[in-house]
Design a binder for this molecule. Structure first.
Ligand code: F6R
Length: 607
């Protein structure tokens, strides 16, 4: 979490930094700050609250002139949101300013050591360590100071640094936290994520852990772990700046929900040749797949819900044993992994701390790691054995929608691919599945065009205190995601239950008017779901049913939303769309900050 930016060039930097921070606010938004180096003097301004507070205080940049600077938007880990705890942090003599994304694990010990050396701390953050430690080691050579600092500090960091003895220079270094360097003409940039610099340049490179980058207006130098100069390969970012803007929608979340048909199509269509799946992965040979004893799917949050759906899909299509697991649990248990295990890590950002740790643990234990990732060049994409990218484009709203949908589509392609290699699907069934996949984006489009019933349901649900989501099998996976969407952006407590499990305790919470969102499948489980709905209805529940077009439903439900017919394994993809819209409209009625829900950040780079 937290977002950092840096600029050096020929223009006034504060407006550029403020604008960059605005597009990084999804990473944290409880306070922000900017440091500017004007000739050889450092000026810092910070403010608790949203970026707008800082922008106001600086009159959009007028009050902080200078052409070299760093900025930060914070998601508190150490110390509450406040002016003092906001970054940048500055050494006591005012020589060095630092912005930091990440977390220092041994900061208590380092803080004690520095206090013992006479340093005074003014914040409760771990980051302030960097300012004092760099000051302690700085003897005129910033590279040497950073190498010494890196040897002392354990943890994750991407740092932007200014030093008053280096006018016109921004210094950056990273370990286990994301950092991108943008190259312009007579100006250069750093940022936690590409959207922060897209307006100015699409030419970028991604420093590796331990590399130090020295940026001046007309040069960018990179130094390796042993002080050697490194030439980096630059890349052109395919997205244009408009991909990271709202494009006329009131919120990024609405824009991103509406982009789902495109994200689905981009993730599926280039990978289908007739009925044959052709994902660009090379590590899953037939011999390996035949011997796979178990497939683990490891992820966090919504990406984990994709993993739950993937269990049903992969088990049915490939006949392999599949176990979804939360990355934060997986990394600390003793999973049985051999060279015959396949571990699939799912992550939008590719930078989620627990997912990275789980991936490394799986690799250490000899498993083959395939990742499903949205952000090119991210840590998980770089370190896994195979990557299957989701082509969702930049996702800015904190609550994921299009990345979730694209992840599911990547799972469908992967399942078809494995099933075809193993021969667990026959040609006719493969053709049926591929045709359904091709039709999925259009059905999603159809479903996303109908809002009025959802808005009505949202107004009925908006003053509730508890909402339950129930479903069976794949609809249970969709229910989990619908429930998370609702609670994270509307702050209404909600729970998802496998419908058959409700009567084993939780049904005691159902009383007159309690909303229950029930996902009705067609097929073998329709009657089971009908009974579950009657059970809650009999106890006074207000039932909102999501049902396939051909499922008959009458008195049991108060509101019915219809889902177009699709292949039974693809239903989750459609069922989740009205649930996302429902969460959105409930949050809207309640006046919540939809794109930036409280206490959250987009990319969870801390444990
Ligand atoms: C919820 C949400 C989170 C993420 C989770 C994993 O809307 O976005 O639950 O799914 O933090 O993040 P990634 O996919 O970046 O690893």
């Amino acid at each position: 979490m937290c977002g950092i930016v840096g600029y050096t060039g020929y223009r006034q930097c504060t407006p550029i930094l403020l604008e960059g921070l605005k597009s990084l606010e999804y990473r944290g938004y409880d306070s922000s700050g900017i440091a500017v180096l004007e000739n050889d003097s450092l000026h810092v301004e910070k403010a608790e609250g949203r970026l707008a507070v800082l922008a106001d205080r600086l009159q959009e940049g007028v009050l902080l002139p200078g052409k070299t600077g760093i900025g930060h938007t914070r998601w508190a880990t150490h110390g509450k949101p406040s002016d003092e705890n906001a970054h940048p942090h500055v050494s006591e003599n005012g020589k060095i300013a630092v912005v930091h994304n990440g977390i220092i694990e041994n900061y208590r010990k380092l803080k004690e050591e520095l206090i013992g050396k006479g340093y005074h701390f003014v914040s409760d953050t771990d980051t302030e360590i960097f300012a004092h430690l760099l000051d302690y080691y700085f003897r005129g050579n910033i590279l040497e100071a950073i190498y010494k600092m890196m040897r002392k500090v354990n943890g994750a960091y991407a740092l932007g640094i200014l030093c008053d003895e280096m006018p016109g220079t921004v210094i950056a270094v990273k370990k286990d936290s994301p950092l991108v360097v943008g190259l312009g003409k007579d100006e250069n940039f750093i940022a936690s994520d590409v959207p922060a610099i897209l307006k100015h340049t699409r030419t970028v490179f991604y420093p590796e852990d331990g590399e130090i980058v020295i940026l001046r207006p007309d040069s960018v130098e990179v130094y390796g772990k042993d002080g050697e100069r490194i030439e980096k390969e630059v890349e052109a970012v395919a997205w244009d700046a408009s991909a990271a803007e709202k494009g006329g929608y009131p919120h990024f979340m609405m824009k991103e929900m509406m982009e789902q048909p495109r994200a689905m199509a981009d993730t599926i269509l280039p990978r289908l040749a007739g009925s044959v799946a052709q994902p660009e992965i090379s590590g899953l040979s037939e011999a390996f797949l035949r011997n796979v004893d178990k497939i683990y799917i490891v992820a966090c949050g919504s990406a984990y819900h994709v993993g739950v759906a993937a269990k049903y899909i992969l088990e049915e299509m490939t006949g392999k044993n599949v176990e979804p697991d939360l990355a934060s649990e997986f990394r600390y248990r003793v999973p049985i992994l051999t060279e015959h295990s396949l571990v699939i890590i799912i992550s939008q950002s590719g930078e989620t701390a627990d997912s990275i740790a789980a991936m490394r643990e799986a690799k250490r234990r000899g498993a083959h790691v395939l990742s499903i990732v949205n952000v090119l060049g991210s840590t998980i994409a770089k370190e896994s054995d195979d990557v299957l990218y989701t082509w969702a484009g930049p996702e800015i709203a904190v609550a994921t929608t299009k990345a979730y949908s694209a992840q599911l589509c990547a799972v469908y392609v992967l399942a078809l691919y494995i099933a075809e290699i193993l021969g667990t699907i026959n040609l006719e069934e493969a053709e049926r599945f591929a045709a359904a996949l091709r039709a999925l984006p259009e059905k999603a489009e159809e479903l996303l065009s109908e809002h009025s019933k959802i808005q009505y349901a949202a107004s009925r649900l908006s003053s509730s205190h508890n909402i339950f989501f129930i479903g069976r099998n794949l609809e249970f996976a969709a229910a989990m995601e619908g429930s998370l969407k609702l609670k994270e952006i509307s702050y209404i407590h909600s729970e998802a239950y496998a419908a058959g499990e409700l009567k084993h305790g939780t049904i005691s919470l159902i009383e007159e008017g309690t909303p229950v969102v029930a996902l009705m499948t067609s097929g073998a489980l329709t009657d089971k779901m009908r009974s579950n709905i009657r059970e809650v209805k009999a106890r006074g529940a207000f039932v909102l049913a999501l049902a396939d077009v051909d499922v008959e439903i009458g008195e049991e439900a108060d509101v019915v939303l219809r889902i177009p017919k699709t292949h039974h394994l693809l239903r989750t993809s459609l069922a989740v769309l009205p649930l996302q819209l429902l969460a959105y409209y409930v949050a809207l009625v309640r006046g919540c900050d939809i794109d930036k829900p409280r206490n959250l950040a987009k990319s969870v780079t801390v444990e």
